[in-house]
Every structure is written in structure tokens, then in C-alpha cells.
Design a protein around this ligand. Structure first.
Ligand code: FAD
Ligand code: SF4
Ligand code: SF4
Length: 478
């Protein structure tokens, strides 16, 4: 009986897949967690108590049917588990790897709250889908019926690709435009391989292309083709361009050589992992090898930079963050991984300026304390006067967050409304913008967010596009 297999949380402890030794994994860009064995995945899935009201599912942005695919995994019915997992998630193997589960599904697991340690939902979702790939259960899209209408999607990140997948399944003609030479957005050029190996992303892109999604690369909308031309070519358009304008520092010497933006640094490193020629890496400009590195910021991007610098062979890596560990936005799991790998976090510190000759030589660090809570209830950092010190360094990486580019101005589009933060104004359910037939999803609407939210937006926008286009028309060629 199925029930007998479940509810094992009292006798079976929580286990994550084995983590590679810190000293070994810090030498390469491969993922740090090994795969569960089938027996281990079954055993861990069986810890689920099959809640009548599953809070894990409520707090997953995709409302994945977690209890059911856990039960199927526990029963060894992996193909059914995969079918169920992929029914609500376009890229389950990616979310299983990089969702901040401690804040989403796992953070709301009731057995965690009862003191037993959460079900390892993310690792099991990854296991199910990796198994599906290994066994050939993941097939290219074959729409039941072709439709003549076409949709243009600007941006081949998770938001744009999730929409492309859903629209192509419905038989539409889908073209995705991206300014980069590879699709995937931040999955490809932002997030490092030690969190998400690039083969995992590329196999998805191949699957989409084999299913008939056209991907036009090296095509910067606004430069190589106008937005109006894209609108003219397609019956509906989805904007999924992400946010790439890096927040900057306005302190003395902030423009010195050797002070670089996180996105440039991570892109160069990811390109190197693909085997590309990267002159800025080879020249040392975007390479931490042998250097004393300071990373400024406390979010996930900063965590990715410090751990990349370790892997590039930095002499030392320090992360300055103006709040403390408890109040940082980045994942605690990633901080722990970084510390194991040799990163030093210097909490409650911020740069006052830099010393520089030909290039940066040091950071003037000011010490902070947490003061009264601000309007959001979060304690604001305050400077402790007279407590500054100098931190010598050779490379500074600024990871202070991202803002949207001014798309209407960049693209010369009238009538595309934006919010006061510069993100595109779109209905939160239909994702319709102020322009008819134009929808927007992912970070360009939400501001810097998460992959799982971009996937949800993409899937929902695809539904709205289908509603907008109405009943199928016959293919012109028929
Ligand atoms: P993107 O992934 O940014 O894709 C947008 C695409 O649009 C890009 O390929 C870009 O080249 C293209 N584009 C932009 N402008 C144009 C134009 N004019 N013409 C043509 N193409 C254009 N989220 C997690 O859930 N877990 C994590 O661990 C995590 N780690 C992260 C680490 C880093 C370093 C960063 C920067 C982000 C991380 N995120 C993480 C956030 C996550 O990557 C984003 O929320 C997600 O990728 C947003 O998806 P998107 O499709 O909206 O945009
Ligand atoms: Fe958890 Fe993310 Fe998977 Fe949802 S998609 S179940 S939040 S890992
Ligand atoms: Fe299972 Fe935890 Fe979800 Fe309950 S909340 S169904 S125990 S995974």
C-alpha cells in the first residue's frame, strides 16, 4: 500500500545528496552536489507526510504537485513522477538545482516545522528529471496541430523560453530573439557552473529547437532590428529581456581600473567554461587568479562572484556586506558553501572609497551597525564614525544589484508604459502591457527576481497570448 511507504520522517533523517569535498570542488566549475542514488531518492521521498493541505505546494511559485510526485518516487514510479513534475514546471531539473528552496517549498514543509528536517524536495525534483533525461523520457515538442499565427519573444532567458515552450506545444510558430550568441539568459551567462552545469541548460535549448522553436541569436533588439519590426513580423510579442543595468558606487576612485561589474566578471568566467576566447579574462582584467579579491554585496550574485574567484585561484577572497549574516538577502546555504571553500565574510562593512594608482590598490572600509528599522521593518545600517580601516586588494567586484534598462527610450517605442522603477508595467495575471498584443514577463517586470518566477510568468503569458489570438486559424500552407 502506498501509505505504508510514506510518513517515514520519524525514522529516516533528512539527507541532502552528498556534497563534494570543499578542497576538491573549489578547483573546478562542476556542480557541488552529487546525484541521489535511486534508493536514496526513494527513501528521502518517503519521508513526506502527504499533507492534506501541502504548504510546500502553496509556497512553490509553480504550485508543483509535490506530494504526488514524492509518493511516486517513493514507489519507484519515476516516469509518472516525471510526467507530473513537468506538467507544471517547464524546467524542473533547473529549479531543483537553483531555487532557494529554504525560502520556498522546503521552508514551508510541515515536518521541518515539527522539528524533523524538511523533505529534500529540490534534490528529488532534480533526481526525477535527470533520470527522465537519462532514460529518454524527455521528448522534443510535437504539437498535435500546427497553427499559422506567430509569436516573437525578445529574450531567451527562462521567462522567454518557458513561454516559447508552452506556445509551441499549442502549435504556434515561435521565434525567440536574443542579443547573446547562446540562449539561456542568466542560466547560461550569469549563474556559474558549480550551481548549474551548462550542459543542463544546453540540452533544454536543443530540445526546444528540435521541437520547432526558432532561436535567432546575436540579434539585439533596438540595434539590429527595431521593436516595431518585430511587432510587424508577429501576431503577438513577449518582452523577456531581464534586468542588466548594474547599480554603481559613487565613492572616490570608484572608476579605477580593477573595479569591475559582477555581470561582466561572471559572464567572462562562464564563457571561459564554454571554451570561448575571452580577451578580458586572458588579460587578467576579469580574472581573479593570484589576486586579493574584494566582493561588495550580500545577494546571490555576490555569492556567485566570491565562489568563482576561489575557483579561479584567488590569493584571498573577502566579501563586504553592510548588514549582518541574519539580514543578508543571499541564501544561507550558499554562504555556508562559500565559507567552506575559503571565502571570508566581513559583515557590517561598506566601502567609503578606494585607493588607486594605475589600478585599484585598496578599499577604505567603513564599519557599520544596525540601527532602527526602516519603513519596511528592516534595520538600516548606520556608519560607525572613526572606525574605518584600509583593506589592500587587486580586484574589486561590485555586486550591488541590477536595475532595468530604459526600454521605451532604448527602443524608441511610444506607449509602452513603465513603473516608477523603470520595470515594464504589465498586468500581474495576464502579463499584458499597455500595447495591444505585447506581453512582458520575468525580471523586466518584477525587477531582479528568481528563475522560478520567470518560468511562471512565461507559462501564464503563453496562456494569455493564446486567449488573445483566439481560436486556431488554418495554416497558410494547408
Ligand atoms: P534573463 O535570464 O536575464 O534573460 C533575458 C535575456 O534577454 C538575456 O538572454 C538577454 O541577453 C536578452 N536580452 C536583453 N535585452 C535584449 C535585447 N534588447 N535584444 C535581444 N535580447 C535581449 N535565480 C534563482 O532562482 N536561483 C539562483 O541561484 C539565481 N542565481 C543568480 C545568480 C546571478 C549571478 C544572477 C545575476 C541572477 C541569479 N538568479 C537566480 C536570478 C535569475 O537568474 C533571474 O531572475 C532570471 O534569469 C530572470 O529570467 P528572465 O528570463 O526574466 O531574464
Ligand atoms: Fe521547490 Fe522550486 Fe521545485 Fe517549486 S520549482 S518545488 S519552489 S524547487
Ligand atoms: Fe510532504 Fe512537507 Fe509537502 Fe507536507 S509540506 S506534503 S510533508 S513535502
Amino acid at each position: 500500500m502506498a501509505e505504508n511507504r510514506m510518513l517515514k520522517f520519524v525514522t529516516v533523517s533528512r539527507e541532502m545528496p552528498e556534497k563534494r569535498e570543499a578542497a576538491v570542488r573549489a578547483q573546478d566549475f562542476s556542480e557541488i552536489y552529487r546525484e541521489f542514488s535511486a534508493a536514496k531518492a526513494e527513501q528521502q521521498a518517503a519521508r513526506c507526510s502527504q499533507c492534506g493541505v501541502p504548504y510546500c505546494q502553496t509556497h512553490c511559485p509553480l504550485h508543483n504537485n509535490i506530494p504526488d510526485w514524492l509518493r511516486m518516487t517513493a514507489e519507484g514510479r519515476l516516469q509518472e513522477a516525471y510526467e507530473l513534475a513537468q506538467a507544471t514546471n517547464t524546467f524542473p531539473e533547473i529549479c531543483g538545482r537553483i531555487c532557494p528552496q529554504d525560502r520556498l517549498c522546503e521552508g514551508n514543509c510541515v515536518i521541518e516545522q515539527a522539528g524533523h528536517g524538511t523533505v529534500t524536495i529540490g534534490a528529488i525534483e532534480k533526481f526525477i528529471t535527470d533520470t527522465a533525461w537519462d532514460n529518454g523520457w524527455v521528448k522534443p515538442i510535437r504539437p498535435g496541430q500546427e497553427r499559422s499565427e506567430s509569436v516573437g519573444i525578445i529574450g531567451a532567458g527562462p521567462g522567454g523560453l518557458a513561454a516559447a515552450d508552452a506556445l509551441r506545444r499549442a502549435g504556434l510558430q515561435v521565434t525567440v530573439y536574443d542579443r547573446h550568441d547562446r540562449a539561456g539568459g542568466l542560466l547560461t551567462y550569469g549563474i556559474p557552473g558549480f550551481k548549474l552545469e551548462k550542459d543542463v541548460v544546453m540540452q533544454r535549448i536543443r530540445q526546444l529547437e528540435e521541437g520547432g522553436v526558432q532561436i535567432v541569436l546575436d540579434c539585439n533588439v533596438g540595434e539590429d532590428i527595431t521593436f516595431d519590426a518585430i511587432r510587424g513580423r508577429h501576431d503577438a510579442v513577449i518582452i523577456a529581456t531581464g534586468v542588466y543595468k548594474s547599480r554603481d558606487l559613487t565613492v572616490p576612485n570608484a572608476a579605477a581600473r580593477g573595479i569591475v561589474r559582477a555581470i561582466d566578471y561572471l559572464t567572462a568566467s562562464n564563457r571561459k567554461s564554454f571554451g570561448d576566447e575571452v580577451p578580458e579574462f586572458d588579460s587578467g582584467e576579469l580574472n581573479a587568479s593570484g589576486k586579493r579579491v574584494v566582493v561588495i554585496g550580500g545577494g546571490d550574485t555576490a555569492m556567485d562572484c566570491v565562489r568563482t574567484a576561489i575557483r579561479q585561484g584567488a590569493q584571498s577572497v573577502r566579501c563586504l556586506y553592510r548588514r549582518d549574516r541574519a539580514n543578508m538577502p543571499g541564501s544561507q546555504r550558499e554562504v555556508a558553501n562559500a565559507e567552506e571553500e575559503g571565502v571570508e565574510f566581513v559583515w557590517l562593512t561598506a566601502p567609503r572609497g578606494f585607493t588607486a594608482g594605475d589600478a585599484v590598490e585598496g578599499v577604505l572600509v567603513q564599519r557599520m551597525r544596525l540601527g532602527a528599522p526602516d519603513a519596511t521593518g528592516r534595520q538600516s545600517p548606520e556608519v560607525i564614525e572613526g572606525a574605518d580601516y584600509a583593506e589592500p586588494c587587486d580586484l574589486v567586484i561590485k555586486a550591488l544589484g541590477f536595475e532595468p534598462e530604459e526600454l521605451p527610450a532604448l527602443w524608441g517605442v511610444e506607449g509602452l508604459e513603465v513603473t516608477r522603477w523603470g520595470t515594464i508595467k504589465a498586468d500581474f495575471r495576464t502579463h499584458a502591457t499597455s500595447l495591444p498584443g505585447v506581453f512582458a514577463v520575468g525580471d523586466i517586470v518584477r525587477g531582479a527576481s528568481l528563475v522560478v518566477w520567470a518560468i511562471r510568468d512565461g507559462r501564464e503569458a503563453a496562456e494569455s497570448v493564446l486567449n488573445y489570438l483566439g481560436a486556431p486559424q488554418r495554416m497558410a500552407a494547408e
